[in-house]
Write a protein of this length. Structure first.
Length: 303
């Protein structure tokens, strides 16, 4: 299945970009269109809990540096390829040591709450914005990049709430933020009137979280988002940690939403011993502001 999936992918890649060729000493690295970019292809079956497992060879990743490069993740029965710009994760990989076999261990979690990319000893990153051939084109041909809006804190809240509503969840946004939600960027929706009773012991903390998704009508915690532009990422992680330890459900996804300059700070803070001991580090993701906008377009606007 893996060879067939890769074969079909390469056929489509060739039809879109013409001249492609495999680099020497690698079974997975390809040059596109006479040096226009490089693609590193990885395949996995989808295993239990909707997880796909990958090994990323250090020597292959080093050959992506200095080029317009993407890591392409493939799996069985995939609807769209997942293309991650290597430049966005280069510093993260540089801060880590590969395993004894020379590979960085990675996983992709396929969830209704958002697809996550996990790097061992670094953390999880929301990658919902990186699906589809158009994403590869926008990376390889920089002239086709769409200008993304500079979103405010409350606009990010508005879009995350809209995504959650579209996915069928009940939404909580702090009551003092609701009057400022921006209905110019998405259709209006209703927020939950109160926090479910199951969370009484953490109510003071949870009611201040920027955006929360609950299972509709059941109150089960599914996803929490803290928008951290200039405020402390560490403080947001502490709030998440309290909820993670004290709430009756422990399988929710926790997301710090910020800009790319703070990605490495997120990795460092999340890998503190306290968050490793509590297992928050296994459930917390990093989500970029522009990717919230793209995720909204894909999920709510269908494009």
């Amino acid at each position: 299945m893996g060879n067939k999936t890769k074969e079909l992918f390469l056929k489509e890649l060739s039809s879109r970009y013409g001249n492609i060729h495999k680099l020497e000493d690698s079974q997975s690295l390809y040059d596109l269109g006479d040096g226009a970019g490089r693609v590193y292809i990885r395949y996995s079956k989808v295993h239990a809990r909707n997880q796909a497992f990958y090994g990323l060879r250090e020597k292959d990743l080093r050959r992506l540096e200095g080029h317009l490069s993407v890591i392409c993740f493939l799996w069985n029965n995939q609807q769209e390829p997942l293309f991650l710009p290597y430049s966005e994760y280069e510093e993260v990989f540089h801060s880590l040591q590969p395993a004894s076999d020379g590979q960085y261990k990675a996983q992709v979690f396929l969830q209704n709450e958002g697809t996550d990319f996990y790097i061992a000893n670094a953390g999880r990153f929301n990658v919902e914005a990186y699906f589809g051939w158009d994403k590869l084109t926008s990376i390889i041909d920089q002239s086709q990049l769409t200008a993304l809006p500079d979103l405010s804190h409350v606009q990010v809240q508005t879009l995350l709430g809209s995504i959650g509503i579209t996915k069928g969840y009940d939404i909580w946004i702090p009551k003092n933020n609701r009057i400022r939600l921006d209905w110019k960027i998405t259709a209006p929706y209703e927020c939950s009137a109160q926090i479910p009773q199951e969370f009484n012991q953490v109510e003071d903390i949870i009611q201040e979280i920027d955006v929360i998704w609950f299972d509709r009508g059941a109150g089960k915690l599914r996803a929490l988002f803290e928008v951290e532009h200039s405020t402390s990422i560490y403080s947001g992680l502490l709030r998440f940690n309290d909820i993670h330890l004290l709430s009756p459900y422990s399988k929710a996804t926790y997301s710090i939403v910020s800009n790319d300059d703070r990605r490495n700070l997120f990795v460092r803070q999340l890998n503190r011993p306290t968050f490793r001991m509590s297992t928050l580090s296994e459930n917390c993701t990093f989500l970029l502001y522009p990717n919230v906008y793209i995720w909204h377009k894909r999920t709510v606007q269908g494009r």
